[in-house]
Ligand binder design. Sequence first.
Ligand SMILES: [Zn+2]
Ligand SMILES: [Zn+2]
Ligand SMILES: [Zn+2]
Length: 317
Amino acid sequence: MISDSKVIKLLEQLTNGEIEELKPVFNPKSAKCVDYPLADKILTQSNSYTLHLLEDLTRLGYLTKKFYDKIMYCPVCNSTDIRYSTYCPNCGSGHILHSIVIEHPSCGYLGIEKEFTNENGHKCPKCHKELNLIGSDYNSPGYYYKCYDCGELVITPVEKWHCRQCATVFGKEEIRELCLYSYRISEEKKDKLHLERIPKNRVAELLIRDGYEVQGSFKITGRSGAEHEIDLLATKHSGPFEHRIVVGFASAEHEVDSEEVIKLYAKAYDVNAQDIIMIALPRLSPDANHFAQHYRIRVFEAEDLDKIETAFNHIHT
Ligand SMILES: [Zn+2]
Ligand SMILES: [Zn+2]
Ligand SMILES: [Zn+2]
């Protein structure tokens, strides 16, 4: 059971849509170079705590992780302020540009398109033959890099990156790459969280705040000798007295029926609880409501969940 109230708050906001997605932000100053500002703000913990938590919640199936972006940055200073440039592999000059090239197969000349064009169309600059039909008179093998210092035509130039922050020049294989991921609540857990986990944790938290010791989802043997599974059992001692509250959760597609109410009452009675709280999702049937009133069961339905905190304060006052 997730019991940290800040984690619950985070899951709650992701579930109710207040936060649609936890988006990563590249931060060259943090240890893993990535921050989740919204999560950090809610959790009020260190950045590494947030990163671990998001991974754990993903592993447990609460969150889904999705590729968000890829960041390339300087291997020396982590800056993303980097500039790409190309160089001639023959002479090292940066004075190279990429252009479409044309090849004249009959004389073997290969050059950039500009050299072949005149006002009438295409003409080979080497053998001066008119070239009319692409594919038979001449070919266009695509883009090449032309060096304007040594004249070399190459397919693959030397690629380098310049860091504008620390002025380092480095090869493309030295560049640092980091994939950033975003997190969302998993669809699978969304309904379950909305309906069960969040109210359950909230109720547990409110009872703890009230001085109760709370045990969640456990088995207990009642006075009758029967074993019961209790969703939440809250116990508070004051002197020789013990106050016990049984909290039961029931959900149904449309309405929770009276049988659930009766079962909860029987359980609570058998384990000596003085108070019973029922979270009925989405709501109790009218019939079940009568039983709940009769047994003095405090009921919270789906539409009450948002105000559970305020409603809860009235229970013991
Ligand atoms: Zn740098
Ligand atoms: Zn060159
Ligand atoms: Zn030619």
